[in-house]
Write a protein that binds this ligand. Sequence first.
Ligand code: UD1
Ligand code: CA
Length: 455
Amino acid sequence: MVAVAILAAGRGTRMKSSLPKVLHSVGGKSMVERVLDGVADLNPSHQLIVVGFGQDQVKAALAHIPGLTFVEQREQLGTGHAVQQLIPHLEGFDGDLLVLNGDVPLLRPETIQTMVTTHQEKGNAATLLTAQFTDPTGYGRVFCADQDLITEIIEHRDCNPAQRQNPRINAGIYCFNWAQLMTVLPHLSADNDQQEYYLTDVVKDLAPAMALDVADGQEIFGINSRKHLAEAYAILQDRIKDYWMATGVTLIDPGSTTIDTTVQIAPDVVIEPQTHLRGKTFVGTGSRIGPGSLIENSQIGAHATIAFSVVSDSTVGRGARVGPYAHLRGEAGVGEGCRIGNFVEIKKATLGAGTNVAHLSYLGDATLGNKVNVGAGTITANYDGYQKHQTVIGDRTKTGSNSVLVAPVTIGNDVTIAAGSVVRKDAPDNCLVVSRAPQKNHEGWQPRHLREEKE
Ligand code: UD1
Ligand code: CA
């Protein structure tokens, strides 16, 4: 049985923020949520979050996650003091306690699993994740006897110059046999540079206490500053991009591309430079996205192309071509094989298969059939100042250039709308709609200045 505790009570002074450190987000998700994601596979018996600084904010931010117990640490007297607050919640608990720092968000679930398994198989009293860093500055140093058995952990600031040479660092991720931890945890002292109760002090009184080096040191990167936050984001991005490239996605210029963890991409997709894929986005096989595009919470079908465009909360059908400079938003639904061209905005409008909106249009709150041709500059006037209204256009209908469709309005199938029309009334199938001032030619007319010259 494994109980999980996440230490999230600290202020994170070096962040220089009114937001508690663990709520700062890395790649669209808060650090503490990332830590929670990392332990989900363990099916923990308890999920205890130690909160203190900004606890109302932390609780509110995690309110949507079931099964969490918030444990208050009124004063932040150190990581050991934080774990002491768990004692009343784990009375009679007969298992292992996994302690994670809330500011170590890049840990992989497999690493945590390996650590817990090793801990249990070896029958350790304590198992700690460690790493060998070329620049261990700031971390606690782990000193071992033979076979990775820990003798002592000394915080960077408490180390003498010789001790600082030790490259082996404490990741802040611990697995304890709870009963054994309870023999030492209540007796910590704050005899150190910061006058804090250090969790790390328990290990010298626990045996066996084992250090386990992580294969990938980046996983245990602890965030203490805004600079670290940006570095963590870069590490996360590298991981995500390496993953997608390994599954058969081409990233022309990974350095200029960002992809959220929540995105799914099929093989043989090509992502061009300066492209950003965010939220719950899916891109189907054979599609080419970018250059210069932002796709958020959208479903892109197979073999679509999207260039220099923004697509949010929308669907693009198979083989559709979007851009350059198109903006799809608010549940736009572009059908198979559609062509959406330059300077076109589509909001909450559905387009059937093979419909073209090639230039300079706004379609909002509209439903278009199949193979409609929307002429350059066609606008749906969907808003009367206080309400939005619907425009419906049937199959194979053609709107002339610069038509204005004043909603609510319904146009049938196979209709042709003359260029420059202002359409305010419904039109049946198979008709020509002309709604504009008739043309008058004033023969012999001259501009006033020419007339005056002659007088
Ligand atoms: C800690 C470790 C250090 C390790 C490093 C790894 C101790 C004494 N030191 O140092 O050996 O190398 O993590 O990142 O544990 N917190 C509380 N209550 C408190 C103090 C801290 O909940 O009273 C929480 C913080 O919110 C944070 C975590 O504990 O999530 C770690 O605290 P932090 O002050 O960042 O510890 P470090 O100095 O980084
Ligand atoms: Ca830290």
